[in-house]
Design a binder for this molecule. Structure first.
Ligand SMILES: Cc1cc2nc3c(=O)[nH]c(=O)nc-3n(C[C@H](O)[C@H](O)[C@H](O)COP(=O)(O)OP(=O)(O)OC[C@H]3O[C@@H](n4cnc5c(N)ncnc54)[C@H](O)[C@@H]3O)c2cc1C
Length: 306
């Protein structure tokens, strides 16, 4: 498979790397190596790789910024298809519509919007992921979510066929989309509609949201953001805090003292440290409050994950 992968990558001018550390490609800085890592730079190249992996029954995984992923200490046996910088063009049309390749970072889209005096991205600007990853999870913050701004998206399936889905067909709800149910599908571009706004007000909002994150979140430690989904009727961070678990640590994984909703990597946490800590938090919260906490990050390379 190595030679065939190399041939495809060569033909489409994509970079192929072997035995790559996933700890250095995820914001948690945790996990073993992946057999192969390919930098996607075109829909054609992506389509060819998807077809190849499908036909040869080779495991593959789509990665954006890796900001919502917990990777096994054993790593991932298969091919990581990375939609990042090489697939991150942002185009504007009709003054208020942005069409973004899936690897574009939300922060760069927000900056682009600000430069074009467009409002609507400010609350999402601090989410450290790609627009593809954000649509996959219907990411949201401070009362805004992808659902509010996306008009349509394009995706490709494992036969290399391209499709377009409108907002109403994307099945977007809290941390859920069409794509969380159809994991073989790869989002290639996302179209968002913003509004004309006042440049000073946009800049002020942008700075305000950034300041709120900085003051509330443990941004100086590696993490995957909120570790647990919001349970119906409460907030994970509130429940964890009320159970006295702030600062609780297993190995080098810790429930952040600054924000109980974040599990942080204090230095050399293993995936197992994080899983053990999350299990403990889950059990204590269930026992003391009756609420069932569910992990938010996607698990990669382990049983029950991808
Ligand atoms: C400090 C910090 C703060 C955060 N704050 C927030 C927040 O406020 N709100 C929030 O919602 N999240 C937050 N997150 C979590 C995370 O940033 C978001 O979920 C983000 O949208 C993930 O994007 P990504 O590109 O990193 O996706 P990845 O982590 O790379 O992937 C996540 C999932 O999406 C899939 N995926 C990625 N790209 C594609 C694609 N093109 N097509 C199909 N599937 C794809 C992957 O296969 C995987 O299953 C935070 C994370 C951190 C570290």
């Amino acid at each position: 498979m190595n030679r065939e992968l190399q041939e495809i990558c060569h033909a489409y001018q994509m970079q192929l790397q072997e035995n790559i550390s996933l700890a250095s490609h995820t914001t948690f800085h945790i996990g073993g190596n992946a057999d192969f890592w390919i930098e996607i730079n075109s829909i054609q190249g992506l389509g060819k790789l998807l077809q190849f992996c499908h036909e040869k029954k080779i495991n593959y995984f789509i990665m954006g910024r890796g900001s919502n992923i917990l990777v096994s200490d054993k790593g991932y046996q298969g091919v990581i298809l990375h939609l990042g910088n090489c697939f991150s063009e942002i185009k504007i049309h009709d003054e208020i519509i942005l069409t973004c390749q899936a690897g574009a970072m939300l922060s760069n889209i927000a900056k682009f919007a600000m430069e074009h005096h467009l409002t609507g991205m400010e609350a999402l600007s601090g989410i450290p992921g790609t627009v593809g990853g954000a649509l996959y999870m219907n990411a949201g913050a401070y009362g805004s979510e992808m659902k509010d701004i996306v008009t349509e998206c394009s995706y490709i399936d494992n036969s290399g066929k391209e499709y377009c889905l409108k907002n109403k067909d994307l099945d977007l709800s809290y941390r859920h989309s069409f794509f969380t149910e159809h994991t073989g599908a790869v989002i290639t571009s996302v179209t968002i509609c913003l509004q004309k706004g006042n440049p000073e007000e946009i800049a002020e909002k942008y700075a305000d949201f950034a300041q709120r994150r900085k003051s509330k979140q443990p941004l100086n430690y590696p993490s995957a953001g909120s570790t647990f989904k919001r349970p119906k009727g409460s907030y994970a961070s509130k429940l964890i805090d009320e159970c006295g678990l702030k600062g609780y640590q297993i190995g080098e994984a810790q429930v952040s003292e600054k924000h109980a909703g974040f599990v942080i990597n204090k230095g050399h946490a293993t995936c197992q440290d994080v899983l053990d800590l999350c299990q403990h938090v889950h059990d204590v919260v269930l026992q003391k409050t009756g609420y069932l906490l569910e992990l938010e990050p996607v698990l990669l390379g382990m049983q029950g994950g991808k």
